[in-house]
Design a protein around this ligand. Structure first.
Ligand code: DHB
Ligand code: FE
Length: 249
């Protein structure tokens, strides 16, 4: 029997060694890199660093096998302890923001509607914060869970999110800056669709033509499937998405 752990770790180590050789990395640089990793751990930024460089690769691998809709980064801001919402997600009037209707259908891989699926949605405030994490915004704002109804249909209203700047005041931010890179993600809406007997689908949707859509610091948006042309109906922006979920093995 082959030892998968040994195979994977050995390949990772060999990949890193090859990078060091390719760039003639000096002992001094090696020590700087080493210190960087200690700083990242101390600042508790390991999840941030992984989101930035490796998480989407795992999602990409997962998507190669998937029969349902493509997955995307979950990010650090999912919460399951959110209220059930029907027509409107709570938003704060003082933040303003353009109304956004999230609607569409949940289907299975045969195209049949899936009723009673739980759809978690979460997105930033109109000033780029996440409730339950930033500025003491209560967790029942700008997020919620809804259920797909007849024909697999869902619809809920929130506000249009904005581009999001990841935490950039620690070692990870300093690295990005030194590399000449930015720390922005395009505006996006997070979704997690859950139904007994099916695999969870965790994904994100983006706005066609939105800033950073083609240049996401986390290299999300692995496909264009969920880059949505926003339509406007009665002054409300609409993001219309059908999700396909796959039966659990
Ligand atoms: C991060 C933040 C997000 O809102 C997201 O969708 C993905 C990653 C982050 O800070 O790492
Ligand atoms: Fe996000």
């Amino acid at each position: 029997m082959t030892n998968r752990l040994d195979a994977v770790v050995s390949s990772i180590v060999e990949g890193v060694r090859n990078a060091l050789r390719e760039h003639d990395v000096t002992f001094e640089e090696y020590r700087k890199g080493f210190k960087f990793m200690m700083d990242v751990a101390e600042a508790k930024e390991l999840p941030l660093l992984m989101d930035l460089f490796l998480n989407t690769t795992i999602v990409e691998i997962q998507n190669r096998q998937a029969q349902g809709s493509p997955s995307d980064l979950e990010g650090p801001y999912f919460r399951s302890d959110v209220p059930l919402v029907t027509d409107k997600i709570k938003t704060m009037p003082e933040f303003g923001g353009t109304p956004l209707v999230l609607r569409g259908h949940v289907k299975d891989t045969d195209g049949n509607p899936v009723e009673g699926a739980t759809i978690f949605v979460w997105s930033s405030t109109p000033d780029g914060k996440y409730s339950g994490f930033h500025d003491n915004i209560p967790v029942d704002y700008y997020r919620g869970k809804l259920l797909s109804g007849a024909g697999g249909a869902y619809s809920v209203e929130s506000t249009v999110p904005v581009p999001y700047q990841i935490k950039n005041n620690g070692p990870t931010g300093a690295l990005l800056e030194a590399m000449g890179r930015h720390s922005w993600r395009p505006a996006h809406v997070h979704y997690k669709i859950r139904k007994d007997g099916y695999k969870d689908l965790t994904t994100q949707a983006y706005f066609e033509g939105g800033e950073w859509v083609g240049d996401d610091c986390c290299e999300g948006k692995l496909t264009d499937d969920f880059v949505i042309a926003e339509t406007v109906e009665d002054g409300k922006h609409v993001m219309d998405i059908d999700f396909v979920i796959e039966r659990a093995a």
